[in-house]
Design a protein around this ligand. Structure first.
Ligand code: URA
Length: 242
């Protein structure tokens, strides 16, 4: 049970003060009856709440899959750049955030939710969640690189050592510009780009294809998003949950 004003504010209909005003103005009904007291308690799953006659469904947890385009930042707010949250136009909750960060120029799978416990499990360094990236790389990627990545590479700068865990590198096309798929189970800053730097190569295009059990939907064009299906929510929330 939650307060009526919180219910409406949680669903993005205004600040607590604003929704209190709507309630006092008689614009809000609970189970078809006008309710003018903001502190009345409603049952999120059972009661019908309307504002100006329009049903307001309550969502306590929301999960979106975004195919992040290049040029937007993985943040909730930014004074200069478009954020991944700006792209989720019909979100209900105001407390959504991206689970982890992709660089501004990286594309692909980003989970956006307000499920903090799930985010913690997916991001915790202890959980070793596999993330698969597709990349275009300047230079010829070799079997030697595959072996290096398998053993872990030193991506440290200024003489400091910073070793990665083993990564699985698959060469799709090896040429003056190569195409690869890389699976890593960490999320160090700029990790994929720095791994290739460590073997003298430059990533020119990077896209995340999967994270744990969640796979980017091929039907989502760059910049598009959708709610996770019930099955995806089950897979991702039950996965690694012990
Ligand atoms: N590795 C990178 O270098 N950049 C990303 O955005 C994600 C992984």
């Amino acid at each position: 049970m939650i307060r009526l004003d919180k219910y409406l504010a949680d669903m993005g209909f205004g600040t607590r003060q604003e929704v209190k005003k709507y309630i006092r103005q008689g614009r809000v009904c609970v189970n078809q009856k006008i309710v003018k007291t903001p502190d009345v308690k409603v049952q999120e799953e059972k009661d019908s709440v309307t504002l100006d006659g329009n049903e307001v469904a309550y969502a306590s947890l929301e999960y979106y899959m975004l195919n992040k385009p290049a040029g937007v930042v993985s943040a909730t707010e930014d004074s200069r750049d478009t954020t991944v949250l700006d792209l989720i136009r019909d979100k209900k909750r105001k407390d959504l955030f991206p689970v982890g960060r992709l660089d501004k120029d990286t594309e692909g799978l980003l989970l956006i939710t307000n499920d903090g416990a799930l985010a913690h499990r997916l991001l915790s360094p202890k959980k070793h969640v596999d993330k698969v990236y597709y990349a275009k790389v300047q230079g010829k990627v070799t079997e030697e690189d595959v072996r290096c990545f398998q053993e872990g590479v030193n991506i440290g700068a200024d003489g400091k050592e910073e070793w990665t865990r083993p990564g699985t590198l698959e060469i799709i096309r090896s040429s003056s510009e190569s195409e690869i798929r890389l699976s890593i189970c960490e999320g160090k800053y700029h990790q994929v780009k720095r791994m290739f730097q460590a073997v003298g190569k430059e990533v020119t295009y990077l896209k995340r294809e999967s994270m744990g059990p969640l796979v980017l939907d091929e039907n989502l064009h760059s910049g598009e998003y959708r709610l996770l299906t019930k099955e995806e929510i089950k897979d991702v929330t039950e996965w690694n949950a012990e």
